[in-house]
Design a protein around this ligand. Structure first.
Ligand code: 3H9
Length: 652
């Protein structure tokens, strides 16, 4: 069947696009629309055209799978011009999302109407490119340069009501999109047509505007190239004639499309879509998730409860006594109050979030929970006791999950009457913000329980990655190697501050030592001490030496660095140099680029071991863990993606 079909409603032609899953602008679709424009121009009985899409969304953009291949005609900018130049006015009727090339096609139309649930946007910068079919040139002509800068450089879509207020669309309907769009198109024929978007003027702001915007955009981009390049295109659109700005945008698009950053971001785009759908669970129905319980109201438990409430799931929060319960409830309330302060929630929404929380010390309140997540102290005996009680209090079909980050979930599940419904769900702090969820089945976990873990991730808008069982699972195991490798560099004589600067230069918000100072060195220290107490041989790390000397990080006024009272700026520390003097045996020199390459190579090597052992199913899953759990720069693609290109640049 053709991806474009034409039908009629009297003198209005309806062009329907049907190219599942998201109506992406493949060559066949571009050609189909091109031919439709020619057919309808030639048909004197047609007075106007409505462009609408079948399926879940309007055209969601260029076909990203075609980006690595030679471009085929008709090119998208020509198609947008062709639609704009059509003899009859086209109206784009938008449902779902009109994104990237999809919104550019809509801007080629004389009018744009949408369902109120729809959104429009130009997410190209999130793929490491700029809009390539007039997005930077037509958007400011519709919405003005300020709004265009926000839309294009952030890549964030806006909902229909906002789009209407910005002038990006002309009308919003609650339902009956096709009938309303046809009526709109017919009505429009009774008035003078507005000029095509390309013919509309755009006001050019002064140099100060561009200076302030480039600073803000560079800051938000954190090393990604595309947002600043997009800003350059917008400036051209404001200062040069239409055709010149189009040529500039096209050249920028083509430059970036082949860039390393765009390849990395495409890799992440597809990785994020592959991770939530493991092939072996395709035919497995998850269990319903109507009510949840969280045991433990510390930072992690409260964060998990907040994430569940954000997804609309009623939560029972359990603590061991009234005092701990009051603290946990206050932490949870604090999360929502903070969201109100930052404008993320209204007062009423925050109240509603708390109204859906039952706080109690009585495990019997978990009798109707479909899922209970344990987030208590990392101590096997404490956790076992919790699960003993849960086994008695919960329904036999309720999923019981542990949020352990280091303990072996098999030991926690041991002795449970229904281990098939047990699973590890490893959240990252703050759990209501961080998108990563490591899903860790034990051998007895049923497919249904596992599928429920993935369904939970979908509900909470998290990126799920399945991990096998090993110490630290995927993420903390790589973190351990990263830190150990960074310490090894220190022992070779590389300055702590140089290592941190190298990793910041690579794109991390913080280097490995600064990050430990912020989070506290004592957490990992206590884990190592626990392992030592259990009789395992764990070599003394440099971090251990610092903690034993009372240097636990910023909270104690010093860790790897010194901090002036009340300050967060790290200062190289003579005390640390003294404490570590015996262990610093080398006087190696390495430039920052080599330091970063070395440490990324170490992470990738650990990732490869994780793959070889079957702990992770795909290299791209490991990349997602690092990007969404550990601040790895997204535009680098993750350690496995970046490590592969480091390896090829060494051999090539
Ligand atoms: C662009 O337009 C450049 C132009 O300016 C210039 C050109 C000259 N291409 O996300 P989902 C697949 S750049 C190919 O789970 P949802 C996706 O891989 C583009 N495939 O659905 C998945 O496949 P599978 C700018 C695509 O309902 C399936 O569709 N546009 C594309 O949760 C379902 O995806 C964007 O960046 C694509 N463009 O969300 C929009 N998009 O089933 C990107 C999706 O085999 N897309 N697929 O795993 C989205 O944001 C979401 O897909 C959308 C639907 C919101 C539309």
């Amino acid at each position: 069947m053709s991806v474009v079909s034409i039908s009629r409603d009297g003198d209005i032609a309806i062009v329907t696009v049907d190219n599942p899953p998201v109506n992406a602008l493949s060559q066949a679709l571009r050609q189909g629309l091109w031919d439709a424009a020619a057919t309808l121009d030639a048909d004197p009985s047609v007075r106007a055209v409505v462009l609408i899409c079948a399926g879940r969304t309007f055209i969601a953009g260029a076909d990203v799978t075609e980006f690595g291949k030679p471009p085929l005609e008709p090119h998208l900018p020509d198609l947008v011009d062709r639609i704009e130049g059509a003899e009859k006015p086209w109206t784009a009727a938008i449902h779902g999302s009109a994104l990237g090339g999809g919104f550019e096609v809509a801007m080629g139309c004389r009018f744009r109407v949408a369902l109120d649930s729809a959104s429009v946007g130009l997410p190209e910068v999130t793929l490491g490119i700029v809009p390539g079919a007039s997005g930077t040139v037509r958007t400011p002509r519709l919405a003005g340069i300020e709004a265009a800068v926000d839309l294009v450089t952030s890549g964030k879509p806006v909902r229909a009501a906002k789009a209407l207020s910005l002038g990006l669309i002309d009308a919003v309907f609650a339902s009956d999109l096709q009938a309303n769009a046809v009526a709109f198109a017919r009505d429009a024929l009774t008035c003078d047509l507005p000029p095509p978007v390309s013919a509309r003027p755009v006001a050019a702001p002064d140099a100060a505007f561009w200076d302030s915007r480039s600073q803000a955009v560079a800051k938000a981009a954190k090393g990604a190239d595309a947002p600043l390049r997009a800003l350059g295109c917008l400036r051209k659109a404001a200062e040069a004639p239409f055709a010149e700005a189009m040529a500039f945008e096209r050249q920028t698009f083509l430059d970036l499309r082949g860039s390393d950053q765009a390849a990395a971001l495409r890799h992440v785009f597809f990785a994020e879509r592959a991770a939530p759908r493991p092939a072996h669970l395709r035919d497995v129905d998850p269990l319903p998730l109507r009510r949840a319980g969280v045991v433990g109201g510390g930072t992690m438990g409260a964060g998990i409860a907040a994430a569940l409430r954000d997804a609309g799931i009623p939560v029972t929060l359990i603590e061991r006594d009234g005092q701990a319960l009051a603290r946990g409830t206050a932490t949870l309330r604090g999360i929502f109050e903070n969201a109100v302060k930052r404008g993320k929630l209204s007062d009423a929404q925050a109240r509603d979030r708390m109204a859906g929380v039952t706080a109690t010390t009585d495990h019997a309140a978990l009798a109707d929970a479909d899922l209970v997540i344990e987030a208590v102290f990392e101590d096997i005996a404490v956790k076992r006791a919790v699960f003993d009680r849960l086994a008695r209090a919960c329904r036999p079909d309720a999923v019981l999950a542990t949020n352990t980050s280091y303990l072996d979930p098999r030991l926690i599940a041991n002795g449970l009457p229904h281990p098939d419904r047990f699973i590890g769900l490893h959240f990252f702090s703050p759990a209501n913000v961080m998108r990563l969820l490591e899903i860790v089945p034990v051998p007895e976990t049923s497919d249904r329980t596992l599928a429920t873990g993935f369904a939970l991730a979908r509900l909470l808008n998290k990126i799920p990655v399945q991990s096998g069982i090993c110490e630290g699972f995927i993420g903390n195991r790589i973190l351990k190697r990263y830190r150990a490798s960074a310490e090894a560099l220190v022992c070779q004589g590389i300055a702590i501050a140089d290592i941190d600067a190298a990793m910041r230069g690579y794109g991390f918000a913080m280097g490995p030592f600064e990050a430990q100072d912020l989070g506290g060195l004592d957490i990992a220290f206590l884990q190592r001490e626990g392992a030592r107490a259990a009789g395992r041989t764990v070599p003394e790390t440099l971090g251990d030496i610092l903690v034993r000397a009372g240097r636990k990080g910023q909270k104690t006024g010093g860790g790897w660095y010194d901090y002036a009272p009340g300050e967060r700026r790290p200062q190289p520390s003579a005390a640390v140099a003294d404490l570590l003097a015996d262990r610093i045996t080398g006087s190696a020199r390495m430039d920052r680029d080599s330091i970063a390459r070395h440490l990324i190579g170490e992470m990738a090597a650990e990732g490869q071991a994780i793959l070889d052992e079957g702990i992770a199913a795909r290299a791209s899953d490991i990349d997602l863990v690092e990007i969404h759990g550990y601040g790895f720069p997204r535009w680098r693609g993750g350690p496995m993606f970046a490590g592969a290109s480091l390896a090829s640049s060494r051999t090539g």
